[in-house]
Design a protein around this ligand. Structure first.
Ligand SMILES: Nc1ncnc2c1ncn2[C@@H]1O[C@H](COP(=O)(O)OP(=O)(O)OP(=O)(O)O)[C@@H](O)[C@H]1O
Ligand SMILES: [Mg+2]
Length: 182
């Protein structure tokens, strides 16, 4: 098995420098550190070439093996009455595409009271709005700050923002991909 993998990597133009076994929670993985058999170009790589050499990222792997992503998805769970403010603030900075979903959720005050449209909710779930916004990596921080400022009332239940890496984006009509598709 190891011979087959090493042989395949060799046929793909890489040479295995070190092979080792690693573990993560309940998974065991074979890790191969490889070096390209091709001569390295003297000039620094263009972004296009470096895309080809991107590596998958694993927790605990050396930083030079961690893949960098060009896009981020910002998932924000906010108070419903703040949706218009957030949408307006985002269009002011030129962010237009987003997905909006009505959701129910709770944060750390589970079972405690929250106010929604003047009514006190003592049940676990409180109506919220979830926004999903995919932006290029270099606009992520600005987008997050804009959402946070616009959604903030200073009271409990203001929401939460999660940031995820995005592998790929495709505009259905034209076939444009990644940041061109945003
Ligand atoms: N850990 C979580 N995972 C997924 N969704 C979450 C998480 N925490 C909060 N949410 C979502 O965000 C919504 C708002 O959370 P909330 O603002 O109450 O968070 P919090 O941590 O309790 O902060 P605060 O103390 O300001 O209330 C929740 O109703 C839920 O939909
Ligand atoms: Mg809360």
């Amino acid at each position: 098995m190891l011979f087959t993998i090493t042989n395949t990597l060799y046929r793909c133009g890489t040479n295995v420098n070190v092979a080792m076994v690693g573990s993560k929670v309940d998974q065991i993985m074979d890790i191969f550190y490889v070096r390209s058999l091709e001569k390295r170009p003297k000039k620094s790589r263009t972004p296009k070439n470096s895309n080809r050499l991107k590596q998958p990222s694993w927790n605990g792997s050396p930083s030079y093996m961690q893949r960098r992503y060009d896009m981020k998805k910002i998932e924000a769970v906010i108070k419903p009455f703040k949706l218009d403010d957030v949408k307006e603030a985002l269009s002011e900075i030129g962010i237009y595409g987003m997905t909006v979903t009505e959701v129910n959720g709770y944060g750390r005050q589970k079972g405690h009271k929250e106010i929604y449209r003047g009514a006190e909710y003592v049940v676990d779930f409180v109506p919220k709005i979830k926004l999903e916004i995919v932006v290029s990596d270099d606009r992520a921080e600005e987008t997050i700050e804009t959402v946070r400022n616009a959604a903030n009332t200073g009271k409990i239940g203001d929401g939460k923002i999660f940031v995820l890496n995005v592998e790929k984006a495709i505009r259905v009509r034209t076939g444009e991909t990644d940041t061109d598709a945003l």
